[in-house]
Design a protein around this ligand. Structure first.
Ligand code: NDP
Length: 246
């Protein structure tokens, strides 16, 4: 059998890069989207220097039609998408009484509607081939809420509602749908938080450190593997004990 194809949205970001490498190490052909050509080419070159070859296709995950073109182009270049990791995301933090409509809609569109926009274009093919893996990258702050993140917490909690519903519809078609909820991971998103705030966050993490992007990527790798074939509709926390739900 040929190599399976994985699409990682936001694959050029901190966690996305680690997921792309993890899946490539598992012998997937890995594709990601980009918005900025120059930034994407610099990323691609850096990865090539590390020995990785990735497919990059233009696509804004907020745009349903653009996602259709992106998936079609990946399928033309590499073959059908068997694995989808909905990882692209942004934050626009502010307390709710100061939140303007664009801060709400930008986050809901990028972090939640994107999951519809991309998954809708791959799900029928997965059903026809009777195999698929969808992993949605949510957040600890979707599980427990977070001051200044009503938009982000709503979007990330919504992602897991989506996972559970689609998991039920897809189980008999050989497709699993799961959520991974990272805690605070040392990427640009978290390093942009002022140091004194970051120190307070680390003090709340039982393991006493921020997570590494690879901590998340290994769990994604497990969920898409055959070993996780009986796991669907689950939400796996990767947070060093920062939030313990059950
Ligand atoms: P980064 O900011 O490093 O990466 C985000 C990626 O998403 C970038 O590649 C970015 O592309 C892409 N992206 C954003 N908006 C769009 C869009 N409209 N269309 C296409 N691509 C887009 O973030 P992280 O790696 O830290 O986060 C990855 C995921 O993990 C996010 O969903 C985040 O919410 C989640 N997460 C992160 C945590 C952390 O501690 N870092 C904790 C919990 C969850 P571009 O370069 O063009 O902007």
């Amino acid at each position: 059998m040929g190599q399976k194809v994985a699409l990682v949205t936001g694959g050029t970001g901190g966690i996305g890069t680690a997921i792309c490498k993890e899946l490539a190490d598992m012998d997937y052909k890995v594709a990601s989207n980009y918005r900025n050509e120059e930034k994407a080419q610099a990323w691609k070159k850096k990865r090539a220097d590390e020995g990785y070859e990735f497919i990059l296709v233009e696509g804004d995950v907020c745009d349903y039609e653009a996602c259709g073109r992106m998936v079609a182009e990946i399928e033309e270049q590499a073959g059908p998408v068997d694995v989808l990791i909905n990882n692209a995301g942004i934050t626009r933090d502010t307390t709710f009484h100061k939140m303007d409509p664009s801060q709400w809609t930008d986050v809901i569109n990028t972090d939640l509607s994107s999951v519809y926009n991309v998954t809708r274009h791959v799900i029928e093919g997965m059903r026809e081939r009777r195999f698929g893996r969808v992993v949605n990258i949510a957040s600890i702050n979707g599980q427990r809420g977070q001051y200044g993140q009503a938009n982000y917490a709503a979007a990330k909690a919504g992602m897991h509602g989506f996972s559970m519903a689609l998991a039920q519809e897809s189980a008999k078609h050989g497709i699993t749908v799961n959520t991974v909820s990272p805690g605070y991971i040392a990427t640009d998103m978290v390093m942009a938080v002022p140091e004194r705030v970051r120190e307070k966050i680390v003090a709340q993490i039982p393991m006493g450190r921020l997570g590494y992007p690879e901590d998340v990527a290994h769990v994604v790798g497990f969920l898409v593997s055959d070993k996780a074939c009986f796991i669907t509709g689950a939400n796996l926390s990767v947070n060093g004990g920062h939030y313990m739900g059950w």
